[in-house]
Design a protein. Sequence first.
Length: 440
Amino acid sequence: FRVVEINPLPRGRGIMGRTVENSDSSDGSDLESDCDSSQEMVAADEDSAPVRVLLICFMSIFQGYAMVGNPSHALKERLGISGEDQSASAAFQDAVAFFQITKLLMRVCQIAFLVVVKPAGIVYLAYVVMFVALMIPALCIYGAGMTDLWLVQLSYGLGGVAVGLFEGTFLSVISPLGKNTKTFVIMGAPLGFFINNTILATFNYYGMPNVVYYYFTAACLPFAMWLFHRNRPPVQKQAKNGCEAFLHSLKHCGEWVPKMIPWFIAKFVGNFVLEDGFPLLFNTFNTHRVPFPGGPDSNDTIPFALYTAWYWFPMMAAGDTISRRVPKFLSLHDRRACYAYLTFAFLLCVGGESLTALLIPVVTGLAAFIANFGNGFIYGLSAKYIDQFIEEEHRYAAYNLWCLAGDVGGYAGGSSVAVKVAHHVCGDRHYEYVCAVKKS
């Protein structure tokens, strides 16, 4: 690689005395995005040590996102909604899916915030909104005993606002720290789900009150906010404000949007699989016990809570986490390689999701691993592609529109459509513990 002259980087002290290399500008470098400079950027990034502590900052928001998993199932039971009641389950699932609607809308509506707030300020705001979202079920439903479905909508709606503000903005803000940091940090998403749906779910099975899901996750957010404040790269005072940068990218969309179209489609598919997995699981294995390790008609069963905490969710988290690191070792040297990787990820998503139709609990766990390996692979590949081939001035818009495409897929997978998919998967196959029907 030829030597590139860049501006000296100021040094900042991170948590526990860690030295972090930071950029003077909000977009992190002055490299152009042609083929030569893309390779130079890769070389520079490979030499920069990851700021690993930022994984906690990313993970904490996704612990809140994990409300769509085990906490939502516990909340559904708290409201007295049976998994065998398809109509009530569909209404509850639509309330939970409000998370996806507000997340989608906030990708665009955050432009209003950018008029007066820098992207880093939006990250802080996201932490606060998620905290409020978690307190609503904790105080109103579990604390005051309220059972109105609109409280579920409000809580999950605010949670969606928080993630919509946070995800693309956070990834854009930490871009100056290099791809080593980003490929490490994005593992925080599945790990956030793992904490709620495996560790806390195990404690829940052995007596932990359901409300602890919310109090614990809320308690993590202030600490995560502080870590972000200590370790984020600084923003240049003269930098263009976020709104101007976003609108500038939209005016020059021809320079970057065509490159992103395949990645938008892939993100839609990945999020559909992710969000459809939870309600599909809860609406097919819809009793308190699961046949294991036999087929759906087996009488050898284990508690549903332990099946999800010790098998299904770990398989899901493992697939999603491992796959996000794989792109670090791949070269996106040309368009053909990118499309080959995306096709492979797409086949994993679709193939894994299709395996759930067998209604065999052991296979369903493997299906979760395969489908979410595809989802995580898409996430890691996309982050690497955007940093390598999209001009830095357009990355903020690229990340947010990419997330927006995922939100559309997430809503399609997480709404009452998921209950219909589960009903279609069950068909005429109804067993004592799998696809059980409500007895009149």
